[in-house]
Design a protein around this ligand. Structure first.
Ligand SMILES: Cc1ncc(C[n+]2csc(CCOP(=O)(O)OP(=O)(O)O)c2C)c(N)n1
Length: 667
């Protein structure tokens, strides 16, 4: 047996890194799918990070003051799973690694937040991790200001690959982090010059290090296989007064017998022959999924390194006068009086019945919410005045103290949505932000991940239809409501007036595990909720706003948002002709779908004719109007003109609704 056989040799960093390499290649081999190259290439860097630098206690992966670790290059999931297993995260036993990528395991193809203990965010769509990490670093700074460095004092570490840095979102993330000077954000770039198709240089000639530097980051290049250099660089990163990039020059598949450095190691099993030769090269005699005890013990000790620090922290928390508020915020519970101001505002709106744009009503709702819910942190992608997301008195979130609650995200919708995810994942912050609804397309990949992860973020998306008028079809969403409603676990609210807007805000904030979109208008609309209600009617998703006067109802008109008032006018006209018509307001389809059958059936009603009116495409409305129902809305793109003209030209009028209803009734 050679002297450095892992079964007997002391657990050097090299041996500990080789444990990651072997686990990665064996798990991918067993699954016959996965990505061994990246975990093998970054094993050395990850070993130093997890054994010497990262602040964590594997026994409690939810310790609020832990350093966050984000594997942005999510395809290298076996790196993370190996680390979680080796450091001793509860539940991450070897069985999980044996069952990599299998049904029911905690080791899915790409890391999934909420599915696997210790996974801080879902990654796989390249670039999302680094952009999400920006939000985590923002939340950390914000909470450090709110609760003090005694309770909040940690870093956010990211491993990103060439792919993450090629993605456009990386630009938004890097420039935002640089501008905000997020010194607790440290990115380790797996600089291996390999992507799937071959060398990264076949599609990239940019200088990444120069790019980060230009954005205000501190940068360094190292040999990612030299433990001394890695150690010094990670320590250097913690000392900087700005975010840091460490370009770690690595070889993909490092350690593989013949494939080291080859793009073939990126995304497939190495094969039995290569694995046997690699075992020999690494002098690794242990069977697959067996870690020699000295190495396993050293890893477990690394995982427990932070235990003392965690108990010291827990003692500080116990004594802190911030304790109750800190615990409440981090758990994501709302303050006891969170909605007192909002309910008073609703009562006032019922009384005063203001006609205005729903974006303005949203601004008024926020005026009641912002003072009551200190963890709400707002912002806009450079459309503050249009989105009505700013409440007087809010301070900008900015260096040096980061106590402000309003983020100037700049024109970075995608980066903004990802940063919001990061803040929500970090905990202690409820992020909301604004842009135009049409630009949900720019934010969609991160919104989808928010829905998949189940995080509470609120996207205020104004200018929600042709009703925005003169800016024209580039800015007029048509298919966006349908597209957003298609995302599972995303609440799409489209309130009709001041009361509904406030009600929807409440539902959004109470949805602890669901992101929301508030689709809001630029144009003024009349109040439709004129009477006090004993309950939050929007919390049913859809409800009968106006019953038929002439009974039984012959027509039910369904509408959302700004078209609810059109539906009410159509109802008046039908009733004037002796045709009983009722109106159902549908502020949130997803919530309506959760109501019991009896309520849904009763709300949809039995009128023979069902018409829907919404200034968007029809897709999805069948759930209310059935196959034979009528739809008044858009069938193509809008146009540039004053909105009243557009509604007339595109036939979204009470008269058109009436004509269609009568036609369906047979004259
Ligand atoms: C947005 C997105 N596009 C494409 C992919 C598919 N994909 C996964 S890994 C990868 C190449 C990444 O290259 P690199 O980051 O250098 O990783 P390495 O080859 O070093 O493992 C691609 C294109 C993806 N996961 N996400």
């Amino acid at each position: 047996m050679p002297a450095h056989d892992p079964a007997s040799a002391p657990a050097t960093p090299q041996m500990m890194a080789n444990a990651i390499r072997v686990l990665a290649m064996d798990a991918v081999e067993q699954a016959n799918s996965g990505h061994p190259g990246m975990p093998m290439g970054m094993a050395d860097v990850a070993t130093v990070l997890f054994t010497e630098v990262l602040k964590y206690d594997a026994a409690d992966p939810e310790w609020p003051d832990r350093d966050r670790f984000v594997l942005s290059a999510g395809h290298g999931s076996m790196l993370l799973y190996a680390l979680l297993h080796l450091t001793g995260v509860p539940g991450m036993d070897m069985e999980q690694l044996r069952n990599f990528r299998q049904w029911g395991s905690k080791t899915p193809g790409h890391p999934e937040y909420g599915h696997t203990p210790g996974v801080e965010t879902t990654t796989g769509p390249l670039g999302q991790g680094i952009a999400t990490a920006v939000g985590m670093a923002m939340a950390e700074r914000h909470l450090a200001d709110r609760f003090g460095g005694d309770l909040v004092d940690h870093h956010t570490w990211v491993i990103a690959g060439d792919g993450c840095l090629m993605e456009g979102i990386s630009h938004e993330a890097i420039s935002l982090a640089g501008r905000l000077r997020l010194a607790r954000l440290n990115v380790l770039w797996d600089d291996n010059d390999v992507t799937i198709d071959g060398a990264a240089s076949i599609s990239e000639t940019g200088d990444q290090v120069a790019r980060f530097k230009a954005a205000g980051w501190a940068v360094k290049r190292i040999d990612g296989h030299d433990f001394g250099e890695i150690r010094r660089a990670l320590k250097w990163a913690k000392r900087q007064d700005r975010p840091t990039l460490i370009a770690c020059r690595t070889k993909i598949g490092k350690g593989a017998a013949t494939l080291e450095g080859h793009h073939d190691t990126h995304g497939k099993a190495l094969g039995a022959k290569e694995i046997a030769a690699t075992r020999e090269k690494l002098v690794w005699t242990a069977q697959p999924f067996v870690i020699p005890e000295p190495i396993a013990a050293a890893w477990r000790a690394a995982g427990a390194r932070g235990a003392k620090e965690r108990s010291r922290w827990a003692r500080r928390l116990k004594k802190s006068h911030h304790r109750a508020e800190f615990e409440r915020s981090v758990k994501g519970e709302l303050p006891a009086n969170a909605f007192a101001g909002l309910e008073a505002h609703i009562a006032k709106m019922v009384e005063t019945k203001p006609a205005n744009a729903t974006r303005v009503h949203s601004g008024s709702a926020l005026e009641a919410l912002i003072p009551a819910i200190p963890e709400m942190v707002g912002g806009s992608a450079d459309l503050t005045g249009s989105n009505n997301t700013f409440v007087k008195g809010m301070q900008p979130f900015d260096r040096p103290d980061y106590g402000g609650r309003y983020v100037h995200y700049g024109v970075r919708e995608h980066g903004m949505a990802a940063a919001m995810n990061g803040m929500a994942l970090h905990g202690g912050v409820i992020p909301y932000s604004g842009t135009f609804l049409v630009f949900s397309d720019y934010a969609r990949p991160s919104m989808r991940l928010a829905a998949l992860m189940g995080v509470r973020v609120v996207h205020v998306m104004t200018h929600d239809s042709i009703g925005l008028g003169e800016d024209g079809p580039t800015h007029q969403p048509v298919e966006h409501l349908a597209a957003l409603r298609a995302i599972p676990n995303l609440l799409v609210f489209r309130p009709a007036d001041a009361v509904e807007t406030a009600e929807c805000w409440r539902v959004a904030l109470e949805a602890r595990f669901t992101p929301s979109v508030m689709a809001l208008s630029r144009q003024k609309v009349p109040a439709v909720r004129l009477e006090p209600a004993p309950e939050n009617r929007s919390a049913r998703g859809a409800y009968e706003l106006a019953p038929a006067k002439a009974s039984p109802a012959k027509v039910t008109i369904f509408a959302s948002g700004t078209e609810v008032s059109i539906a009410l006018q159509a109802r008046e006209q039908l009733e004037a002709q002796g045709i009983g018509a009722r109106v159902v307001s549908t502020p949130c389809w997803e919530i309506f779908a959760l109501q019991d059958d009896a309520y849904q059936v009763e709300t949809i009603g039995t009128a023979p004719v069902r018409i829907a009116v919404e200034a968007g495409v029809q897709m999805g409305w069948e759930r209310f109007i059935g196959e034979g129902g009528g739809f008044v809305g858009m069938t193509g793109f809008g146009a540039s003109a004053p909105y009243e003209r557009l509604y007339r030209e595109f036939g979204i009028t009470p008269e058109h609704v009436v004509a269609l209803a009568k036609d369906k009734l047979g004259g």
